[in-house]
Design a protein around this ligand. Structure first.
Ligand SMILES: Nc1ncnc2c1ncn2[C@@H]1O[C@H](COP(=O)(O)OP(=O)(O)O)[C@@H](O)[C@H]1O
Ligand SMILES: [Mg+2]
Length: 252
């Protein structure tokens, strides 16, 4: 089967700083793949290039067989490739429930032309509400629906951001440190959720995580970046045994 995401020889410089050099990688559909590397190794930049926030200087990106480098972030999002951010982008003054309902794109109710078809519109709103409520339950957030986001704990905020990402038509998710700043046990909770979502919804996940020991329990394949280059790749066991990887982390 063709990979859902294909990155071919991507290079990205910021002025004289090499952020990415000749990076090529594949992610298979329904896979859970990790992206690790010391600070400044280019992980976030790679996600930014894949999702259209920065154009690559060289190289190509394919999603579901379609070339996407050159498209803007919104076009890429609409194709079903969703990213979350190291620092959550939520509406902190709104309730959990409201945050869940803001995201879906192309809702029929928003289109003036289609507004007269109220039945159609109502059905879709109902579907959206049902989906939101089932996701909040799956993510363990159902007790907080009327709470303001600003009142949630860090772990719950991270969970909400992922749940919200699933309200769109996402097929593949790029998660930038989904468990950043949360306690060890909560990190495991978040990764277990992600795995369950993969299994139940057939989604694909590409995940940056700096706590390698947590990530390794969940992903089946790992790419390692170092100074903008792909340093190593393989199963978690293979990568952890790779002397190049050990040296890169010791040298940090
Ligand atoms: N917008 C930017 N402008 C200038 N330099 C940047 C920018 N984004 C990232 N960099 C540089 O690119 C390199 C890779 O950064 P980044 O992708 O954030 O690494 P990581 O996420 O692995 O910590 C670093 O040297 C960083 O300083
Ligand atoms: Mg980063």
């Amino acid at each position: 089967m063709a990979p859902i995401l294909k990155v071919v020889n991507v290079t990205k410089y910021f002025g004289g700083v090499r952020a990415l050099e000749d990076v090529s990688l594949d992610v298979e559909k329904r896979a859970m793949v990790g992206l690790i590397g010391p600070n400044g190794s280019g992980k976030t930049t790679l996600f930014n290039v894949i999702t259209g926030f920065y154009p690559p200087d060289r190289g190509e990106v394919y999603f579901k067989g379609r070339r996407i480098d050159g498209l803007n972030p919104n076009e890429i999002f609409k194709l079903g490739l969703v990213r979350t951010f190291q620092n959550p982008r939520l509406f902190f003054n709104m309730s959990v429930w409201e945050n869940m309902l803001v995201i879906p794109q192309d809702q029929k109710g928003e289109s003036l032309l289609k507004a007269p078809f109220t039945r159609l519109w109502l059905n879709e709103e109902m579907e959206i509400a049902k989906k939101a409520s089932s996701l909040l339950k799956d993510f363990g957030l159902k007790d907080f629906v009327i709470n303001k986001v600003s009142d949630l704990s860090g772990a719950h905020i991270k969970l909400l951001e992922s749940a919200r990402g699933l309200m769109g038509k996402g097929e593949m998710f790029l998660l930038d440190e989904p468990a950043a700043g949360v306690a060890h046990t909560d990190a495991h909770k978040i990764f277990s959720f992600i795995r369950r979502l993969r299994d139940e919804y057939g989604l694909t996940f590409f995940i940056i995580e700096h706590r390698i020991e947590v990530l390794m329990d969940y992903v089946e394949y790992v790419y390692v970046l170092h100074n903008g280059r792909l340093l190593s790749q393989g199963t978690p066991e293979e990568v952890m045994r790779d002397p190049k990887v050990i040296h890169a982390y010791i040298g940090e």
